[in-house]
Design a protein around this ligand. Sequence first.
Ligand code: NAG
Length: 186
Amino acid sequence: MKTSVLLAFSFVLPLIRAQVPHWGPCPEPDVQPGFSLKQFMGRWFEVARLPAQFEKGRCMETNFTLTTGSTIRVVSSEVFKGQTRKIEGTGVIEDMKNPAKLGISYSYVLPYSPYWILATDYTNTALVYSCTDILRLFHVDFAWILSRTRTLPEATILNAKETFVNNHIDVSRMIDTKQEGCDKYL
Ligand SMILES: *[C@@H]1O[C@H](CO)[C@@H](O)[C@H](O)[C@H]1NC(C)=O
């Protein structure tokens, strides 16, 4: 047991260095009931996030396109040091009984990471959560507030944060994503 814990620690260290791991297993938040993958497709801007090492720039956005009934193409982009960087991935509904629980992978060598739509009205906002258990001892998580527009009213953001908190997700370290001066890079 001891060795495997140590091994796990060294394996995930690069991942958790950017994050604050939380003790205990992942929370089990409610997800969007009757989730429609089709309505969720299209362009979403990131308005706020929990800090993630793989996101360094600004102007984050993701474009989702349906490829089959349950698989999607995911193109995420950001502006970093004056350049637009794009990464492409694939997404799937992992459990048809729970269509709001998507999995997304940005490389065919990587497993799907959870990408759960906790709540969305499809036309304004979407709350996304991703959590990975490490031996059920602790967990590392990511959370995003997405919007169909680059910015959202403060009250909407506060509401979104409240939804995370009600689901036992700590968003006290959530930061706003810079979405100013982005359109000149398109
Ligand atoms: C999103 O992807 C679709 C399909 O690849 C493309 O037609 C569309 O122009 C893209 N939209 C944006 C805003 O990049």
